[in-house]
Ligand binder design. Structure first.
Ligand SMILES: C[S@@+](CC[C@H](N)C(=O)[O-])C[C@H]1O[C@@H](n2cnc3c(N)ncnc32)[C@H](O)[C@@H]1O
Length: 267
């Protein structure tokens, strides 16, 4: 994984994650900035619907502000929302208190070393985390380990479409130096299989989104944001391909991400 410009290699990936998401935490509650996290939430809940049971004891891994946990809380017995960044957990806790949700509890921890015994949960979910962590295989293996046999595993993430030209991870890391690597849909399925689970359903779709709120949420420094904007504008007029699939919608610069939802059954 590349180290961002001018930054010491001594800063670990996890330290970079905590630094970046401590900055972003408040933005996850701002409707002007959090659209990518709320726009398709109903669609994810519909995708999860056949797996949800009022007896479920759920774990959300790398839950951030627990948007997914909060969306399913009233459909299950209990949800634990675990994340590495205390500021994200604090934002989520404020939200559940405000919303009067009493069956979501928060835990500080590392997705690659979950602090739970084997077979603890009847449903385990993670969204927008595999592209973020240094070792996505370890996250999937941990999710499978803490799942009861037959439990549903739900993984939702950004993916890199097969054959996509350019290097979107480079631009993603310019915007947020804690970005890891986007996997392909197939690679996620392979990690699930390697963890001893079996993929049953998948849903994959594109999301065309405005550039500006994406940069603002990450608080990308002005000069770097200008560089990203310039590269995307150049691509629109025939310049080098960035992999960000830029477009102009109503005169505003947009780019495209591909999201996959995958449901598997733990072995
Ligand atoms: C893009 S946010 C997504 C938050 C949430 N999953 C959602 O979809 O709304 C990524 C989250 O992953 C968390 N994260 C990254 N690496 C982690 C790790 N090793 N263990 C636990 N959480 C991690 C970050 O702290 C951040 O809250």
């Amino acid at each position: 994984m590349s180290v961002s410009q001018g930054e010491s290699a001594a800063v670990s990936h996890d330290e970079r994650v905590v630094r970046e998401f401590s900055k972003q935490a408040a933005g996850f509650a701002d409707p002007r900035l959090n659209v990518a996290f709320t726009r398709h939430l109903d669609r994810l809940v519909r995708f999860m619907d056949p797996e949800l049971d009022t007896e479920d004891v759920v774990l959300e891994v790398a839950a951030g502000t627990a948007l997914v946990s909060r969306a399913i809380a009233r459909r299950v017995r209990h949800v634990t929302a675990l994340d590495l960044t205390p500021a994200m957990l604090a934002e989520g806790k404020r939200a559940v208190d405000r919303e009067g949700v009493t069956n979501v509890t928060f835990a500080h921890g590392d997705a690659t070393a979950l602090p739970y015994l084997d077979r603890s949960f009847t449903l385990v979910v993670t969204r927008f985390s595999l592209h973020q962590v240094a070792d996505p295989g370890a996250v999937v293996a941990e999710m499978a380990r803490v799942s009861r046999p037959g439990a549903a595993l739900i993984i939702a993430d950004l993916v890199r479409p097969d054959g996509l030209p350019g290097d979107p991870d480079r631009i993603e890391r310019l915007r947020d130096p804690s970005h890891g690597t986007m996997l392909t849909e197939e690679r996620i399925a392979e990690l699930i299989a390697a963890a001893g689970a079996e993929v049953k359903r998948r849903e994959t779709f594109d999301f065309v989104r405005p550039l500006q709120p994406w940069l603002e949420l990450a608080q990308t420094p002005d000069d770097t944001a200008a560089q990203i904007r310039k590269e995307l504008e150049k691509e629109l007029t025939g310049g080098p391909v960035t992999g960000m699939r830029p477009s102009e919608v109503d005169g505003e610069l947009h780019f495209t991400q591909t999201y996959t939802f995958q449901q598997a059954v733990a072995g």
